[in-house]
Each structure stands twice: as C-alpha cells, then as structure tokens.
Design a protein around this ligand. Structure first.
Ligand SMILES: C[S@@+](CC[C@H](N)C(=O)[O-])C[C@H]1O[C@@H](n2cnc3c(N)ncnc32)[C@H](O)[C@@H]1O
Length: 323
C-alpha cells in the first residue's frame, strides 16, 4: 500500500467559493480522499463542521491525519456515499458520528454536499490496487478491498453483450466487439498487464495509441466493479432530503456518463418536472426545488490542467436548494 497519499484537489478555489455562500452548519464531503477540499473548507469557514465519507481505508487514514488539526469538527465514516441519508439521520439525532462543537454534537443542518467522483491519484498510482493500466498488479479495482467482486471475477461472469455495452458506454465504439471477444477468450485475466496486452492485440496496429484504448477499458471496468453509476444515482436521490434550505450540492465528474446524470438531475430539480414547452412561461404548476448555480459546467483552467493533468476531464456542477 502507498505510504504517502498525495492527491491534488481539483477545482479547489471554485469548490471553496461555491461553498462559501452556504449558511453555518455541517458539510458532507461524500468523497474525502486525501481531504484536500475538506481541510481547506474547514480552515476558511470556522462555522462549519464536516462529515467525511470514503469507502477506501487508505484514504480514510490519510484524511484522518490531515483533518486532525480540526479536532471534533470533522468526523470520518467508513461508509459508501449512497448511505448518506441514514448516516445523516443517525448523526443529527445523536445516534451516530456527528461533528462536535464545545464538546457537544454540533447544532445545525447539512448545508453542503461535495462529491468529487471517481478515484484518487494514490489509488491509480499504486499497482497493487489494480486500477492502473501503466503498472502491473492483480486485476482488482475495488475501492473497498474488503468487499465486492474484483475486476477479474466481474469479467469471469460477463457475457459478450454486456461487455460490449460496458465498452461502448466508455467511448470505445470502434473496436468494442473485437476487444470484448478477445477478453472473453483470454479469461481468466488476473493481472493488469495481461488485460493491457489482450486489449492491445485486439486493436489493429494502426489504431494503437499506447494506453489510449486500454485507459477507456480500465475506466469502464472500474466504474462497473465499484457500481459508481448506481452509487451516484442513490446520492442524487438522497441529496434534496439531506440538504437544508439554502444548502448546496457540488459535484465534480470526470466521466461523461456521470456528468450527464448530474446535469439532467439538477435541471429536473430546477425546472420541477415542468411539462410546458421549452422557453414558454410555466403554466403546469410544477414546483421547483431550487436553482442551478451557473448554467454551464465549470472546467479547470489551462494553468490547473498544466499543473494537474487529471483535472482536464473535470466538470463541476452546483445546485442550491430554495431558501
Ligand atoms: C477524486 S477522490 C476525492 C479527492 C478529495 N476531494 C481530495 O481533496 O483529496 C474520490 C474519493 O472518493 C472515494 N469514493 C468513490 N466512490 C465512493 C463511494 N461511493 N462512497 C464513498 N467513497 C467513495 C474514493 O475512494 C476516493 O478516495
């Protein structure tokens, strides 16, 4: 396991500026990672407490060290963020972990949720975790290595159709069927290097740009192994129940399928399922829940991308619940 946990938080200033507007209360960081966003938020806003989720034990112990200076203002829960509803209900009613202030559970509601989706740099860089197409290791890919099925086992149980769908959903249109067939024929695939090799051989030489196709296959598999789309749907389903009036949901997605879900859900909340023709005044009586903060997704600046190439695909969207 990696000893150092170094993850540069993406769109940090933008996240802090968006959450600077919320009332005093508790922020849920659904994806704590190395606590880069969380620690900056707590430093800038002494009137906030924080509940941090991460399903990865290595991330939680790194975050614990980073958040130590904030004492009881921050609590870390070893849960998936799809469980946000029950964690917040238990914590805010004194039956579970909750930020403290002056030795007592902090009053105030959840005024912000941050979800910085996907994986952290240490997860990607540590070959043993099996996420990386550039480092050999067991083909695992589980964020929580104590539960669920590995990528090897997932592939063992897949048929050609579902594997082709998975590859297409991740932008691998041209060679999806060839790659799927090659993977199925080579099973069991137990290492990352073996998978890279199989994918490489399945793609015609002229279309092989080192790592390019493999990176999409790895991303798609990782999303499936960790049920990342299912987790996101459940988080979005729970968010409006969890957030107090004036609270904000801020989501950073790195995958177009995830960003599309966030975009459509936030639009639906803002438009209240309005059935009136687009651009016409609403007469159908739909009720909105709040408003989009900015019409377009926020993306990283050229200078951030130069410093941190991982930020290139980031799309940040925010929603504010009516006050
Ligand atoms: C992009 S990193 C977050 C980085 C963090 N914002 C920072 O400043 O360091 C995403 C983190 O979310 C965690 N994660 C992803 N999906 C999760 C889920 N469904 N429940 C809990 N944690 C999750 C991953 O283990 C990873 O540590």
């Amino acid at each position: 396991m990696a000893q150092d946990f170094t993850h540069a938080p993406v769109l940090l200033d933008e996240v802090v500026a968006l959450l600077a507007e919320v009332p005093a209360g508790v922020i849920v960081d659904a994806t704590l990672g190395g606590a880069g966003h969380a620690s900056r938020l707590l430093a800038e806003r002494p009137d906030l407490g924080l509940v941090g989720f991460d399903r990865d034990e290595v991330a939680r112990s790194a975050a614990m060290k980073v958040l130590a200076p904030f004492g009881d203002r921050a609590v870390i829960v070893p849960r998936r963020f799809s469980e946000i509803g029950e964690v917040v209900e238990a914590g805010s009613s004194g039956l579970g972990p909750w930020p403290q202030s002056g030795g007592a559970p902090m009053a105030g509601e959840v005024v912000g949720i941050l979800a910085d989706l996907g994986v952290s740099s240490p997860q990607l860089d540590e070959g043993e975790r099996g996420f990386s197409f550039s480092q050999d290791g067991p083909l695992d890919m589980r964020m929580d290595a104590t539960t669920g099925v590995t990528a090897t086992a997932l592939l063992d149980g897949m048929d050609e159709r579902s594997l082709v769908t998975l590859l297409r959903e991740n932008g691998e249109d041209r060679h999806a069927r060839r790659i799927a067939r090659a993977i199925l024929a080579a099973r069991p695939i137990t290492t990352t290097a073996q998978l890279v090799d199989v994918v490489d051989r399945a793609v015609p030489r002229s279309d092989r740009r080192r790592g390019h196709v493999a990176s999409r296959v790895f991303q798609g598999l990782r999303i499936a192994v960790n049920d990342e789309l299912g987790e996101l749907d459940l988080l979005l389903d729970a968010a409006l129940d969890v957030l107090a009036p004036g609270g904000r949901l801020v989501v950073i997605a790195y995958h177009s399928g995830e960003d599309a879900r966030v975009k459509h859900t936030m639009r639906r909340w803002a438009e209240g399922d309005c059935s009136c023709p687009h651009g016409m005044p609403c007469v159908c009586g739909s009720v909105t829940s709040g408003s989009l903060v900015g019409r377009r997704a926020v993306t990283a600046s050229e200078s951030e991308i130069a410093r941190n190439p991982r930020s290139r695909s980031a799309r940040l969207r925010a929603f504010e619940v009516d006050r």
